[in-house]
Design a protein around this ligand. Structure first.
Ligand code: NAD
Ligand code: TYD
Length: 340
């Protein structure tokens, strides 16, 4: 299969490319990534040697560049991971979220239509449903996003479905809960807590810390996305939930215990505006129709993750200081390219 993957240098995208390349060695992968602060070529180290893997530094919102790329590569499938993904950044600077997460998706949909793509997978999020006090969201629940990030993702979901209804573009949407695992940028909760704890730095817990997230090990999500890509029904949405709900403060305490660090590192700070109290997904649909359910328990995924960050302290440090950018420069000069 010829797959056009966007945002492949980020957390979930890079895990997915590794998963997909290992499972389908004959597949052809083009990874299109703008390399924002969250994109890191180091996440895919080793893959550049593979003949059937290619990387292109490009912006999904650049229509001319995308059109040229589709024309040259002629993908059978598109999987769109590219996004601005951090809620706190969307609150202080929403503009890039609208551009990438909505307009960029529009550009990809137009190209997919023009070049006859057989499957367009939009990677969305449980955050489009907003917060739920009791019960769980189903795929047909009302969308009620609370911040510019989730609103931009909800808008994109609407656009993706419109291209199916209006033009018959074969789309599918996945909405997953909070992922965790190797290669997650340390502005997100779990790697941030691990990093700060390892450095004996204070751990900022927003508000009372009783907000609940449903944690999904990234490998389980990659497996689900692959199943949806191959067997998902066109025009459908699939929730992908970890089924491991934890309050933030519980997660922090568990990390501190595991790393043998004192609870005095915890610092309750001002709450995030519009902070969703609880996310929870029903996974009945994907379980019944596609036979997927998470395999990794929170305890084992969590231990794997902490061990990985512990073993890859340099990666963690480099992402925070931006030192990995020197890796890009070497990579680009090897390819005879200049960074734009
Ligand atoms: P990430 O921030 O780690 O990675 C995003 C990647 O997209 C980066 O490599 C970045 O360089 C690239 N990118 C950003 N703007 C781009 C543009 N205009 N053109 C091309 N590339 C661009 O994000 P992630 O956590 O890996 O999330 C991937 C997808 O999964 C996103 O669509 C996100 O909304 C969704 N999602 C994430 C989670 C989670 O817990 N992380 C949960 C549910 C859904
Ligand atoms: P985050 O990883 O940003 O994911 P999302 O907001 O998309 O769910 O945050 C997860 C939870 O952790 C969320 O309830 C906000 C909280 N949080 C903190 O308490 N402190 C922090 O420093 C961060 C980054 C998040």
């Amino acid at each position: 299969m010829k797959v056009f993957i966007t945002g492949g240098c980020g957390f979930i995208g890079s895990n997915f490319i590794r998963y997909f390349a290992a499972k389908y060695p004959r597949s052809e992968i083009l990874n299109v990534d703008k390399l924002t602060y969250a994109g890191n070529l180091e996440n895919l180290k080793g893959l550049e040697k593979r003949k059937s893997y290619r990387f292109l530094k490009a912006d999904i919102a650049n229509a001319a560049q995308m059109k040229k790329t589709f024309k040259n590569f002629r993908p059978e499938a598109v999987i769109n991971f590219a996004a601005e993904s951090h809620v706190d950044r969307s609150i202080t600077k929403p503009d890039t979220f609208l551009k990438t997460n909505f307009l960029g998706v529009g550009v990809l949909l137009n190209c997919a239509l023009e070049y006859g793509v057989e499957r367009f997978v939009q990677i969305s999020t449980d955050e489009v449903y907003g917060s739920v006090h009791r019960g769980k969201f189903r795929e047909d629940s009302v969308l009620n996003p609370s911040n510019p990030y989730s609103a931009s993702k909800a808008a994109a979901d609407g656009l993706v479905l419109a291209y199916y209804k209006t033009y018959g573009l074969p789309v599918v949407i996945t909405r997953s809960s909070n992922n965790y695992g190797p290669y997650q940028f340390p502005e997100k909760f779990i790697p941030l807590v691990v990093f700060n704890a390892m450095e004996n730095k204070k751990i900022p817990v927003y508000g009372d810390g009783l907000q609940v997230r449903d944690w999904l090990f990234v490998e389980d999500n990659c497996r689900a996305i692959d199943i949806v890509l191959r067997s998902g029904k066109v025009g459908e949405i699939y929730n992908i939930g970890g089924q491991h709900e934890r309050a933030n403060i519980q997660v922090v305490k568990q990390i501190l215990r595991t790393l043998d660090k004192p609870l005095t590192l915890i610092e309750h700070v001002k709450d995030r505006p519009g902070h969703d109290r609880r996310y929870a997904l029903s996974i009945a649909k994907i379980k019944r129709h596609l036979g997927w359910q998470p395999k990794t328990s929170f305890e084992s995924g969590f231990l794997k993750t902490i061990k990985w960050y512990n073993k890859n302290r340099d990666w963690l440090k480099n992402t925070q200081t931006g030192a990995y950018r020197s890796f890009y420069r070497k990579y680009y000069s090897k390819l005879g390219l200049t960074e734009t």
